[in-house]
Design a protein around this ligand. Structure first.
Ligand code: MN
Ligand code: MN
Length: 292
């Protein structure tokens, strides 16, 4: 673990979160919000660890604007972004109510309070199911349900999801938390508490660097390998670099098994979802909330 770089990524993430809370407003194009946030990360000396996710209402996660996206911010908006410094990641998220809805505000409070209760528990030696249980109990005590099939995760250098999961319910697995870097991210919903795959998101990750014949596909593959390694990226970023001919190249790379494209994640009953997330560095005898 490179503590110094993790702390730096966390400080940038925290500053960017404050900036994002200030600029996001109803009616603003999601494309503009994403580009402003990603630009701010770079301005402060980091790089986006993945494309900014701006998921509205019943879309729980994995919505990032397309290069020509016209969607305007509205409803219950989740802003989820990551910063990396030389591959060391800080992952954080918050939710915002853009329609002055009491229910949205309560849902947002539920995921925030659940995150707080998980953060008071997490340390070396605590089990993942204890954390999951504290999250679900808190959300249920406020009248909502946790999203059971979404979870927090361990991270490592250039690895956004690796190692163990941090569940949002008691999953009975009781894995002991050890020193490491973790993202805790409760999701609260007024629906049934599960997500299913939705439409393709335009968010990809590299899964194989096997050779491809097509020249634009090969050019894109080389760029991804040296720019993003194993971290997620999106078609918007690739189109910005290569122009719209990149759409064909990305399709080729997906068909050849070089890239995996994530789907949007949609609440199964079509209900609203809120999210709160922080990154935590668990050390032998200490715990640091790096994105606080
Ligand atoms: Mn996140
Ligand atoms: Mn995360």
């Amino acid at each position: 673990m490179n503590t110094e770089k993790i702390i730096k990524a966390g400080k940038i993430a925290s500053e960017v979160r404050a900036y994002a809370k200030k600029i996001v407003e109803k009616g603003m194009p999601l494309l503009e919000i994403a580009e402003n946030i990603e630009g701010k990360i770079v301005e402060l000396g980091g790089k986006p660890a993945f494309p900014v996710n701006l998921s509205i209402n019943n879309i729980a996660a994995h919505y990032t604007p397309e290069h020509d996206d016209k969607t305007l911010a509205h409803g219950l908006l989740k802003v989820d972004f990551g910063v990396h410094v030389n591959g060391w990641i800080a992952d954080t998220a918050f939710s915002v109510d853009l329609e002055n809805s009491e229910e949205n505000k309560k849902l947002i409070e539920a995921s925030e309070k659940a995150l707080d209760s998980a953060l008071t528990l997490i340390k070396n030696g605590v089990s993942t199911s204890e954390i999951g249980e504290s999250i679900s109990k808190k959300i249920e005590s406020l009248g909502f349900s946790p999203v059971m099939n979404l979870s927090g995760h361990e991270m490592d250098e250039y690895e956004l999801h690796t190692g163990i999961s941090i569940p949002n319910v008691n999953d009975g697995k009781s894995i002991e938390i050890k020193s490491g870097l973790y993202a805790v991210e409760p999701f609260a919903t007024n629906g049934s508490g599960r997500v299913k795959d939705g439409r393709p998101s335009g968010i990809y990750e590299l899964i194989s660097n096997r050779n491809v014949r097509n020249s634009i596909a090969r050019e894109i593959l080389e760029f991804i390998e040296k720019e993003y390694y194993n971290l997620p990226f999106c078609s918007r970023w690739i189109i910005k670099k290569f122009g719209t001919k990149a759409i064909f190249g990305l399709r080729q790379l997906e068909e050849s098994g070089n890239l995996h494209q994530f789907n949007q994640l949609i609440e199964i009953s079509g209900s609203k979802v809120s999210q709160a997330e922080h990154t935590i560095l668990v050390e032998k005898k200490d715990v640091k909330i790096v994105t606080a």
